[in-house]
Write a protein that binds this ligand. Structure first.
Ligand SMILES: C[S@@+](CC[C@H](N)C(=O)[O-])C[C@H]1O[C@@H](n2cnc3c(N)ncnc32)[C@H](O)[C@@H]1O
Length: 307
């Protein structure tokens, strides 16, 4: 008789009956239904889920189906295309979007801001070429780390006491992320993403029931205004911005949507304004209206500014 090895299931306490903790596999979907979701999500957000994203779609939507006790993806689709179900469509978008972000993500762009853009803005203000008002837009701000990083950078270099008035509009399609961003509370593990002096100057540490958390200080929070804005569908802000950060957002769009979004962002950018994209993004085939100043930092070609 063949000898059997040790029965790991019985001898190892790492494996135990999970009862209700079991995560059941995601719901299944037919190719036709996947295509319908693909179109709907694209039309709603500009996000193009390639054909390889079937499991991702089912996985991300399964929590909504369970919450609503809907048994199939087909039934959920019927729900989200119902014109009266705007709220559920927004929850679907919340579930679909990828919200990964960090404080001071792509530090070289923050160095660019500090070492090249801010000195130019300061000297222009000294020469009377510009006022001391600056407007920045974080388009696709996720849970707020990007706009708060911008606010910390600007506050340290262009202080209110010296007459500077810097405002940062932070927008995203995900209401769940915006709610989280507005709290300005983050897990303490994220402290390592923030340069030490800025951490000391601009972040509060949580104690007692807030232990393990940190919160952005009020003077930084006050510089940032959060709003829901779907770059695919909504009206863009009426304001003209000195810099727009649309980083790691276009990457999820198809080419036609990228071009359309960049065209609309351009209309909100000052003639001499700066456009920041993510490091994995570029404007090739998307827009010919810019020249590159630094990796993923763009300006209009005609502008002879010493950035
Ligand atoms: C990967 S995060 C990038 C966050 C931040 N900009 C960064 O670089 O760390 C992408 C964000 O874009 C948002 N997004 C996706 N499609 C959008 C759309 N159509 N309109 C506005 N925001 C969108 C997502 O909700 C998500 O929070």
């Amino acid at each position: 008789m063949a000898t059997t090895g040790p029965h790991i299931e019985n001898s190892n306490r790492s494996f135990q009956p999970a009862g209700s903790e079991w995560q059941t596999p995601p719901f299944s979907i037919t190719p036709d239904l996947f295509k319908k979701f693909q179109q709907l999500i694209h039309q709603q957000t500009g996000i193009w889920l390639g054909d390889s994203k079937v499991l991702l779609l089912c996985g991300r939507l399964s929590r909504r189906l369970r919450a609503l006790e809907i048994p199939t993806m087909e039934r959920y689709y019927q729900l989200v295309v119902d014109p009266t179900q705007q709220e559920e469509r927004e929850l679907m978008i919340d579930a679909i979007t990828t919200n990964e972000t960090r404080f001071f993500r792509e530090p070289k762009q923050f160095e660019f801001l500090e070492q090249r853009a801010i000195p130019v803005w300061k000297s222009e203000a000294r020469e009377g070429v510009r006022t001391k008002t600056l407007r920045l837009w974080s388009a696709g701000c996720s849970s707020g780390e990007e706009p708060y990083s911008l606010a910390m950078t600007m506050a340290g270099n262009l202080p209110r006491e010296a007459g500077w008035e810097v405002t940062i509009l932070a927008t995203d399609v995900s209401t769940r992320m915006l709610d989280r961003a507005r709290t300005a509370i983050y897990v303490i593990e994220k402290a390592g993403e923030i340069p030490e002096c800025l951490l000391r100057n601009h972040m509060l540490k949580g104690y007692a029931e807030q232990a393990g958390k940190m919160k952005v200080m009020p003077e930084i929070r006050q510089m940032v205004e959060f709003e829901r804005l779907n770059l695919m569908q909504d009206a863009y802000p009426g304001a003209v911005f000195d810099a727009i950060f649309c980083r790691n957002v276009l990457i999820y769009f198809d080419l036609a949507t990228k071009s359309k979004v960049v065209e609309r962002l351009t209309q909100c950018l000052d003639e001499r304004g700066l456009l920041f994209l993510g490091q994995a993004e570029n404007l090739s085939g998307v827009s010919s209206q810019f020249r590159t100043l630094a990796p993923a930092v763009y300006i209009r070609p005609g502008e002879k500014i010493a950035f």
